[in-house]
Design a protein. Structure first.
Length: 283
């Protein structure tokens, strides 16, 4: 293999055709950002770095349900989740219920890379005496962790957090769901179902899959979760190996004698590489 492979998705859901051109443009832009990073001079990037970088293009866009303009929680905030999985090391990095972090996928990548560094034995005082680096961070402290990595965040002020990454369209959707939940106690079950079926749904969890020329695979996933979700909810985007997963191909390295023995026992099978990045559900 001599070339990179990169695949992206901007999510599932029910949408009209009005924004089709904008979505296609965003997909092309995301792929182009990955191509530019790969062709840049210097040390070659890892598959995990490219996958996370591409997902950040979606987090910067108000079109998708990740980062800017993501679905709001019941208390009217943006809370995001993201995961990155490296198929070569099988290590993961993830964050969930994160408010005030511009690029949740970048935070997930930093956690993964930190774990890789410690696993190699390059420990720092923070991880001396066998202390393990976190693979997953959630909630308010995740913002502080992101700052420690030098990532862009909001301040800890309540007013700024309530406005951070909130768009007019997201507020419009929040108000619609808020009214419905307020009146749900007075409506019949059938009435509620009819209203939900007529509603355009934003279920898009965005993702990227990458394979480098050496066959190393990685995947990144990011989401703002379902509309009007319970604050603190952790969805599949924040659960690596559930919302996304990746593993390099495995080819047994054995002698001929052992190979014959394993072949008879069925234990010598190779395993193909795989990478999967789930999106929203479609009814």
């Amino acid at each position: 293999m001599s070339e990179w492979l990169l695949a992206v998705h901007s999510g599932a859901g029910r949408y009209g055709s009005a924004n089709e051109a904008a979505y296609l443009s965003l997909l092309r832009s995301a792929l182009e950002s990955g191509r530019e990073a790969i062709s840049r001079a210097g040390s070659p990037p890892t598959a995990a770095q490219i996958a996370a970088l591409v997902v950040q293009s979606f987090e910067h866009s108000a079109l998708t349900n990740a980062g800017l303009g993501a679905n709001l929680t019941e208390n009217r905030r943006v809370e995001c989740a993201a995961s990155v999985v490296c198929g070569r090391t099988r290590l993961v990095g993830a964050c969930a219920a994160v408010a005030g972090v511009r690029e949740p996928s970048a935070l997930a990548l930093k956690l993964l890379e930190q774990a890789e560094t410690v696993e190699k034995g390059d420990t720092t005082p923070a991880f001396a005496f066998g202390r393990q680096p976190p693979l997953v961070v959630v909630g308010e402290h995740a913002r502080e962790v992101a700052r420690g990595f030098g990532l862009e965040t909001a301040s800890d002020g309540v007013d700024e957090l309530e406005r951070y990454q909130v768009t007019t369209q997201a507020e419009k959707q929040w108000k619609k769901w808020h009214r419905r939940f307020q009146s749900a106690a007075e409506a019949t079950e059938n009435q509620i179902k009819v209203e939900q079926n007529e509603e355009e749904e934003r279920l898009d969890t965005v993702g990227a899959i990458c394979m480098d020329p050496m066959g190393n695979v990685a995947v990144a996933l990011s989401s703002g979760g379902v509309a009007y979700k319970v604050p603190g909810r952790v969805g599949l985007a924040g659960c690596p190996r559930m919302g996304c997963d990746a593993a390099n191909a495995v080819v047994p390295a054995v002698t001929k004698a052992i190979s014959r023995k394993r072949k008879r026992s069925g234990a010598s099978k190779s395993k193909n590489a795989f990478a999967v990045a789930c999106t929203g559900r479609v009814k």
